[in-house]
Design a protein around this ligand. Structure first.
Ligand SMILES: Nc1ncnc2c1ncn2[C@@H]1O[C@H](COP(=O)(O)OP(=O)(O)OP(=O)(O)O)[C@@H](O)[C@H]1O
Length: 446
């Protein structure tokens, strides 16, 4: 990892993260003494004991001379999907702690056991050939890296280390709650060794490694296809060379179209592989027009065109800093920006000019799906596509910008998909993907 002025260790007080904290302290004292180590504990406010547990981590950190901060999830708690919401909130709080500490690195204590559970769960959910486990490096919210340095280490090894150091830890009761899919996977893997146990875990870890390699290769091939065959043809409109779909439709071409559909449609998941494979076949024999994943795709003699379909665009709403609009644009406001409304261009009934060489109806549909930010009820509204990219028509009201985001990777971008994400970002005009902390090292993380 390139040296950082500071790093954040995410410490719940359980065995894994307590071991992470101690190991990091030892490592940094020895190898990078100028790097500041900050431990952060998130109190989700969901269990009465959580506050005392966070205080225990604070005391432990103080004894070791480590800076420690407690971050509390104070927002409203949803009635359903509480675990997922808590996870989102946890990463938001950890990212905020990282920014406050002037770093872009958060380390978590996910272990080989967590990795095996993840692969087991994903396999059960029917994830196909791209199945991979957790990534050793993941870009969060486009700006902060989550590193998982213990992914190759078994939990029991960490506990032995803690016992040798005479350090205790907290056992979170939710880790034994059988309603959780992860807990059920953990119990299954902890079964009798002759049935599951170590052999099963090793098998799942091998699958994780193979899946990561496959995903990386597929992503590289798709990135190459995007660079050669995909370009932005106008505001909100992409053009794909028909050559992508001929003569044979291979896995990389299918993966490319899945990624493009999700990005152009603003959906968090790639569309179903089988459906996209079938669509590729139809696109190879124009004319063809279809919608999938909220995107409109039209194969004509002059190429294949792709834009957001006009159905299901967001209703006009107050613009706010940090809003992800339609899964496709991150809205930002500088301090003091006047209150504004954001709406799809189609809602304004605005005429659009045609661009040379672009089919008029597609140019219209594409522009209708772009956001318009207006302030003070003025009809002179600013049509923003993205910062600093030609093709934007007028400026948004002062202080407001809309930046393209890649919907499937807007929150979590695993390192296996970095090449693909960079090629997509270049193609659609999203900001460049930051360089991974391990870049330039000759050892690929586990
Ligand atoms: N309350 C917390 N405060 C700080 N860090 C935490 C907290 N809970 C979990 N973490 C960090 O996240 C890691 C994974 O924790 P855990 O396995 O409980 O989370 P998960 O929700 O199952 O995983 P993921 O966050 O990847 O979905 C921990 O090892 C720790 O580094």
């Amino acid at each position: 990892m390139q040296s950082r002025p500071a790093v954040i260790a995410a410490v719940s007080g359980g065995s894994d993260s307590t071991a992470l904290l101690l190991l990091l302290k030892l490592f940094l004292d020895h190898a990078a003494p100028s790097t500041r180590l900050h431990a952060v504990t998130v109190d989700h406010g969901l269990r009465p004991e959580a506050a005392a547990e966070a205080q225990a981590v604070a005391r432990f950190s103080a004894e070791r001379g480590i800076d420690h901060r407690i971050m509390t999830w104070s927002g409203p708690k949803p009635g359903t999907g509480l675990a997922a919401a808590a996870r989102e909130a946890r990463y938001d709080l950890l990212a905020r702690a990282a920014r406050d500490a002037g770093t872009d690195v958060i380390l978590t204590a996910h272990t080989a056991d967590d990795q095996a559970e993840t692969v087991l769960m994903r396999r059960r959910r029917g994830e196909g050939p791209g199945l991979a486990g957790m990534a050793p490096e993941t870009l969060f919210d486009g700006s902060v890296w989550i590193l998982r340095p213990l992914l190759g280490i078994r939990r029991e090894t960490l506990r032995t280390f803690l016992r040798d150091e005479a350090v205790g830890w907290v056992d979170d009761p939710s880790n034994t709650d059988r309603r959780s899919e992860r807990v059920r996977a953990r119990l299954e893997l902890a079964g009798p060794p002759q049935v599951s146990g170590a052999a099963a875990i090793d098998g799942l870890l091998t699958l994780a490694r193979q899946g990561a390699t496959r995903r990386r290769h597929l992503g590289r091939d798709a990135a190459d296809l995007i660079r050669r065959h995909v370009r932005k043809a106008g505001p909100g409109l992409m053009r794909i060379d028909a050559a992508l779909f001929r003569p044979a439709i291979d896995d990389a071409a299918v993966h490319t179209l899945r990624a493009l559909l999700a990005v152009v449609g603003g959906t968090p998941h790639l569309p179903d592989e089988g459906r996209v494979r079938a669509l590729c076949l139809r696109l190879a024999a124009p004319p063809c027009r279809a919608t999938l994943s909220r995107a409109l795709v039209a194969a004509r003699r002059d190429g294949v065109w792709l834009c957001r379909e006009e159905r299901g665009l967001p209703e006009p709403q107050p613009a706010r800093d940090g809003l992800i609009w339609d899964g496709r644009f991150r809205i930002s406001a500088t301090a003091g920006a006047a209150a504004a409304v954001i709406a799809p261009a189609s809602a304004g009934g605005r005429q659009v000019e045609n661009d040379d060489g672009v089919p008029a109806s597609l140019a219209r549909t594409a522009k209708a799906g772009l956001p318009i930010i207006s302030s003070g009820g003025s009809p002179e509204i600013g049509h923003v596509e993205q910062r600093g990219v030609s093709g934007s028509t007028q400026a948004a009201p002062a202080g407001w910008t809309a930046t393209c985001v890649l919907a499937p990777w807007a929150r979590f971008l695993p390192c296996f998909d970095l090449d693909l994400a960079q090629a997509l970002a270049d193609a659609v005009g999203a900001p460049p993907v930051p360089v991974a902390p391990s870049a330039g090292h000759n050892v690929t993380p586990a």
